[in-house]
Design a protein around this ligand. Structure first.
Ligand code: ADP
Ligand code: MG
Ligand code: MG
Length: 921
């Protein structure tokens, strides 16, 4: 079977500038630049297909490749008027690697190829510059020796340095022509000694070896490791191309130079020319840092004519690529050549700024401006970061559980955190082995959370993310000793009050205060996200429980609250006792009395939240967790009781003491305080209370609380709890309405599995609505809906839609329920292994499982909208802030996503991407 003769080699004048897979990024852009008339030295590209064929066949070049190469070389000779191997007017070329994805420093380039003892003379003849010719020669021998013949650098470096030392010169430019001649001769001997063969003199042999070396470097260890490290797969880049490019020289005198430049400042995005150059130097010198280059602005004075050309090149590149370019140039005898260009890598701040400015300049449209920024990358701008200039080594590393950096004084428990905060306002970092719901007040007063146990979805991680506070979880090098108020990290001891810094973006923990830089929600970002909102179909809501979170979410552009977890309101220090009272009470009357105290508090919460968010919707989820979560653990209670009983014994002792003392003389005033201490009735009361709680804890014990007595099941068994919350919502709505504030509260019922549950709750809602309307004199505006987090609820979506005004997918629980994975257990035990073995591609708690959970959602959406075509349907799980999951939500036609406040900007951009990418497909 014969292939129609395959073309493996393309001249820069004919190669397809868009085909980076075939020509590599460097090659494609060399072609593109040549074809739009920029001054690129003539050359050609050997394709990545040749590379793959070469490697697959055990390092033999496919037939015809070298023939094509020779033809191209002949063309180069014609174009340049020089001859390859010509002893009077030699053509020299560079042999450069370059794959579809740039892998800096991973593969090699050989310069000045074609030099040998004859062409060296030709080069001297042509330039009249012996020094230059020998310099080029010795560079070539070394590079070729290293890249094509595999000789280690040190064999060249040692003699080179010793000659420099002997001559007393520090910089290479200090070497004379004679020195360089000597060095070339030594280098030739090195090659002979190392390879057992003389240096190849034949230029075509040189070219053949160089091409093969570059092709082979694709499967070299360095390159393979690099691709693994950065996740570069064959569909992103497969094989390297080889670019053969006529040499131009920036090192032929003071009217020559070489440099690299960005069309704009990549650090800030500012539209100023940015770069560096070296006079009388070859390209690699800039990168290698052998001499200190000058800022590009200086060229305006030093070489005004060239500078003008360079400015022109800069603007042509940007106009053509409509993207910031990072390019290499060389000036030979006053002529400017462009040797490479590629899209400039920038930080997110610069990406956002350039997006907005490129639109203003008319170079790109708003869609392009949005699409060139990866939503996830906005994270860089939304959280404080460690100052990139800080040179520090971490003390310990855990999981990057909630992004952002913070420093503060270590505190080991929540109560002490609150106590310390009330004394002074210095920043705190809560350091615990792991956190529990009862630590929540400690979160509020801390800048950041650090735990030594638990994963990315541990309590600490989830709560910190929700609050937008940095968190490093599971830093298992840290041993926490709460009782002694200290922690050990190896030999380092951290005491309460010591300062540490944590970086929740990297997972690193540092001793002392590392400087941080603030989040920068810039005007440009606001503009860009405004464009995103115009393009997106999905609305973006925030998960926020308290007015403070709501305010922040608003600043990030949240269009409402998609999830307000009311139980988080119960955890504040002054409320917990009332909640306890409610839980521990044995009779309905007792419970009602506690609820009566909670009602005004909760109503006030809602008034504040609704007012903050007005006129946007606020979705209030009624009590969800099993109520024993508000109680201390059985062990804790047993411990406390032992302590109290000890205390009681001690008190008996003090009774004896006071009785005995009264028998002595001269002790007048001293008995009273002892007698007071001996009043044990307080202790008895405390013991009684603890015992009551213990009894309750035991009676509430559940084998599997996550599947137990929680959510709507609580609402049905203790209707008075939900009744209080419903009343608080409706009364708050009325209060706002009467104050002229437009509000749209939504009451959302968790853990529903059948429409009967909704009906049952609705009866209360209806009754309370009537009462409230009567007592307040206005009809409260609200909607009633359900969470979709139980598989059965999805299957019965049509029935539920009869009762519900809206659905909200709680994908955290729905994922647990669909997989039958308990999240904590899965993540701590088997999920990592599942991912590694490829049994599951992603962690379904991070990336929405489109095929399973997503399919269920899609079905439910269809059935629900079958009943109510315009039904509002959203998602409020953590997936709501994840770009790929957001894309899926868009695809199945959800109305909104809801995520933690700080992720709102990411979600807004992702929602726009989802809409834009769909319309381009
Ligand atoms: P890298 O991908 O490591 O930048 P390059 O192939 O771009 O490797 O080349 C390395 C250096 O040599 C760069 O500074 C480049 O500008 C310079 N260079 C490459 N080819 C030529 C050439 N034909 N003439 C002059 N300089 C060149
Ligand atoms: Mg380069
Ligand atoms: Mg849930």
């Amino acid at each position: 079977m014969t292939d129609p003769v395959k073309q493996y080699v393309y001249s820069f004048a004919e190669g397809d500038g868009h085909n980076k897979m075939l020509l590599g990024g460097k090659g494609a852009n060399l072609c593109e630049m040549t074809q739009i008339g920029l001054n690129v030295p003539p050359g050609f590209t050997i394709t990545t297909e040749a590379c793959l064929a070469y490697l697959e066949s055990g390092n033999t070049l496919p037939d015809g490749v070298m023939k094509e190469v020779r033809e191209q070389m002949t063309t180069l000779e014609k174009l340049t008027g020089k001859g390859f191997g010509d002893a009077h007017n030699p053509l020299l070329v560079s042999v450069r690697s370059g794959s579809a994805i740039s892998m800096p420093g991973m593969m090699d380039t050989i310069l000045n190829l074609g030099m040998n003892s004859d062409t060296l003379q030709g080069e001297i003849e042509q330039t009249g510059d012996e020094r230059f010719a020998y310099d080029a020669y010795r560079r070539f021998i070394q590079l070729f020796g290293k890249v094509a013949l595999g000789i280690a650098d040190e064999h060249f470096d040692e003699p080179f340095e010793s000659i420099k030392k002997r001559e007393g010169v520090k910089e290479d430019v200090g070497l004379s022509a004679d020195n360089l001649k000597e060095i070339s001769e030594v280098f030739l001997e090195v090659v002979h000694g190392q390879t057992g063969r003389p240096f190849p003199e034949n230029p075509y042999e040189q070219l053949d070896l160089a091409i093969k070396a570059v092709l082979g470097s694709w499967s070299g260890k360095r390159a393979v490791d690099y691709r693994r490290e950065f996740g570069i797969t064959p569909d992103m880049a497969n094989g390297t191309a080889v670019n053969i490019c006529t040499m131009v020289f920036g090192n032929r005198g003071n009217d020559c130079a070489t440099g690299v430049a960005f069309t704009r400042n990549p650090g800030t995005g500012e539209n100023i020319f940015y770069g560096e150059y070296l006079v009388n130097a070859q390209g690699e010198d800039v990168v290698a840092g052998i001499r200190t280059p000058k800022p590009i602005a200086q060229m305006r004075e030093e070489m005004p004519d060239i500078y003008r050309q360079l400015e022109e090149l800069r603007s042509k590149l940007e106009t053509h690529y409509t993207e910031i370019q990072d390019f290499e140039f060389t000036i030979e005898k006053g002529i400017l050549y462009c040797l490479q260009t590629r899209n400039g890598k920038m930080n997110t701040q610069a990406m956002v700024r350039t997006s907005v400015e490129l639109v203003a300049e008319g170079l790109i449209n708003k869609e392009q401006a949005l699409l060139r920024i990866a939503p996830e990358s906005l994270e860089q701008m939304l959280f404080p970061r460690l100052d990139p200039r800080a040179d520090v080594t971490p003390l310990a590393t855990g999981l990057p559980a909630s992004p952002g950096a913070a420093c503060g004084h270590v505190v080991f428990d929540a109560d002490r955190a609150v106590a310390q905060k009330s004394v002074n306002s210095r920043p705190l970092i809560l350091l615990r082995e792991e956190t529990k719901p009862e630590d929540i007040h400690g979160f509020f007063v801390s800048e950041a959370i650090l735990t030594s146990r638990g994963g990315k979805t541990s309590h600490a991680a989830v709560v910190a993310r929700g609050m937008g506070k940095p968190c490093v979880a599971g830093a298992d090098g840290i041993e926490v000793d709460v009782a002694a108020r200290r922690a050990h990290i190896g030999d380092v001891v951290i005491k309460e009050g010591d300062i540490i810094t944590i970086d929740g973006t990297s997972g690193n923990v540092y001793l002392g205060a590392v400087p941080t830089v603030e989040a920068e929600f810039s005007e440009e970002l606001k503009t860009l996200l405004g464009w995103a909102d115009e393009r997106a179909d999905l609305k973006v809501m925030a998960n926020a429980d308290i007015p403070e979170d709501a305010e922040r979410a608003l600043r990030y552009g949240a269009m409402g609250i998609g999830l307000c977890r009311t139980e988080r309101m119960f955890n504040a220090a002054e409320r917990l006792p009332i909640v306890l009272e409610m839980i521990v009470s044995d009779t309905l009357e007792q419970r009602q009395a506690a609820l009566d105290k909670l009602l005004p508090i909760q109503r006030q919460d809602f008034i504040e939240l609704f007012t903050t968010m007005a006129p946007n919707p606020v979705t209030v989820r009624l009590l969800d967790p099993p109520i024993h979560e508000f109680l201390p653990s059985e062990n804790q209670l047993l411990d406390d009781l032992i302590q109290l009983k000890h205390l009681k014994d001690t008190m008996r002792g003090s009774e004896v003491l006071s009785a005995t003392l009264s028998l002595l003389s001269n002790i007048n005033g001293k008995i009273a305080p002892i007698q007071q201490l001996a009043d044990s009735s307080l202790v008895d009361e405390a013991i009684e209370k603890k015992e009551a709680i213990l009894k309750k804890v035991r009676s509430l014990f559940e084998v599997n609380p996550m599947l137990g007595h929680r959510g709507v099941r609580l609402g049905i068994t203790f209707p008075e709890i939900y009744a209080m919350q419903i009343r608080a919502v409706l009364e708050a709505a009325c209060a706002c309405q009467k104050a002229g504030v437009e509000v749209h509260p939504e009451i959302m019922i968790p853990q529903v599995c059948t429409s009967e549950e909704l009906k049952s709750i609705k009866v209360h809602v209806e009754a309370i609505r009537k009462e409230v309307e009567l007592s307040e004199g206005v009809a409260p505006i609200f909607r009633f809906g359900t969470m979709m987090e139980v598989v059965r609820a999805c299957m019965r979506a049509d029935e539920l839609a009869q009762e519900a005004d809206f659905f909200s997918f709680g994908t955290n629980d729905l994922t647990q329920a669909t997989f039958s994975f308990s999240r904590e257990d899965a993540e701590n035990k088997f999920l990592p292994m599942y991912n590694e073995a490829g049994i599951l591609q992603d962690n379904p708690f991070e990336v929405l499982d489109a095929n399973g959970v997503g399919k269920l959602m899609k079905l439910a959406v269809g059935w629900g909208r079958g009943v109510k075509p315009d039904m509002k349907i959203g998602i409020c799980g953590e997936h709501g802030g994840h770009p790929a999951s957001i894309r899926f939500c868009h695809k199945i036609g959800l109305s909104y996503v809801s995520c933690s406040g700080p992720r709102v900007p990411i979600a807004r951009l992702a929602a726009a991407h989802a809409a834009l990418l769909e319309s381009t497909q």
